[in-house]
Design a protein. Sequence first.
Length: 86
Amino acid sequence: MIHDLGFDCSDGFHEYAIKWDPNWIEWWIDGKMIKRVVMVENEGFHEKPMFLYASVWDASYIDDARWTGPYIGCNAPYVCEYTIHF
């Protein structure tokens, strides 16, 4: 599912958060909730732990780089920081 965030998320650093409760899940960006899903009785709902996978790869050859933009390898090294709160 793709959501229009109302801003260019590649314009700088942003804080992303996913808050999970047995009855709901919320997605947050920069302190603003962008989506909330509430459990509905007798419908499937996420019950398993979440995992985060991250990688950097050149996808600029796909669809003439319309999705990713051109890849310029001189931007390396790439830095990513994750903080997990329980």
